[in-house]
Design a protein around this ligand. Structure first.
Ligand code: 13P
Length: 249
């Protein structure tokens, strides 16, 4: 079922004391919307984050995981490791993972399979770069990213997938896609899904927008019919700002 979700991607920010302090601030905020709230701290702090949010509505999720179940992959984290510390949702395909850690569509397809095989929910990210947008190729790029990582899947698993459209040119730049640009792309994403999986899957898909979402622009972006929530970077690091976005619905 389509849901409203606001997820904070903390990226490589906040050590343990800072994680505890931010969570303590988050727990003091009042939620007035019905959005699902998620935070993605760095992997070493997931257990502590899970423990301290246990009694709240905040779900702790992971920023990444490996596609192998276990083995000789120094430095990596597996699905079962995440699950064992209370994490049941993982962000996959973030543009920073693609750009700085060479994650390919093929690798991401395997990660998606592994997450689903472990009964995890996936927030699958994709989005075009500035040059793609300038040359008018944004739809083709996005369509390819979705097809290559997800179109081998059966329709029945799509209720465990959330999509996150994050135009690379809008991430951490202060430049946001206009609400109309976000809506146009989200409608296109839904149409792409519909072409393969039909109307029921496409209509039920939760599609988040990410890229410089702030308290000042969240309401307008979330008001668009095909935008179901946000994946928030910088503004998720301040409890008041993050909850202003959560409550923008
Ligand atoms: P910013 O909100 O800092 O632009 O980051 C967006 C993002 O990458 C969330 O995953």
């Amino acid at each position: 079922m389509r849901k409203n979700i606001v997820a904070g991607n903390w990226k490589m920010n906040n050590d343990l004391p800072q994680t505890e302090a931010l969570i303590s601030d988050l727990l003091k905020q009042e939620q007035t919307s019905n959005a699902e709230v998620m935070i993605a701290p760095t992997s070493v702090n997931l257990f502590q984050a899970f423990e301290t949010t246990r009694l709240s509505n905040i779900e702790v999720i992971a920023q990444n995981m490996h596609f192998a179940e276990n083995g000789a992959y120094t430095g990596e984290v597996s699905a079962s490791m995440l699950k064992s510390v209370g994490v049941n949702t993982v962000i996959l395909g973030h543009s920073e993972r693609r750009a700085y850690f060479n994650e390919t569509d093929e690798m991401l397809a395997k990660k998606v399979d592994t997450a689903l095989a472990n009964n995890m929910r996936v927030i699958f990210c994709f989005g075009e770069e500035l040059e793609d947008r300038k040359s008018g190729n944004e739809e083709e790029i996005v369509e390819n990213q979705i097809k290559k990582a997800l179109f081998h899947l059966d329709a029945s698993v799509f209720n465990s997938i959330v999509l996150a459209y994050e135009p690379v040119w809008a991430i951490g730049t202060g430049e946001t896609a206009s609400p109309e640009q976000a809506q146009d792309m989200h409608a296109f994403i839904r149409k792409t899904l519909e072409s393969k999986y039909g109307n029921t899957v496409a209509d039920a898909m939760t599609i988040l927008y990410g890229g410089s979402v702030k308290p000042t622009n969240a309401k307008e972006i979330f008001s668009k019919p095909d935008v179901d929530g946000g994946l928030i970077g910088g503004a998720s690091l301040k409890a008041e700002d993050f909850f202003a976005i959560v409550n923008a619905f």
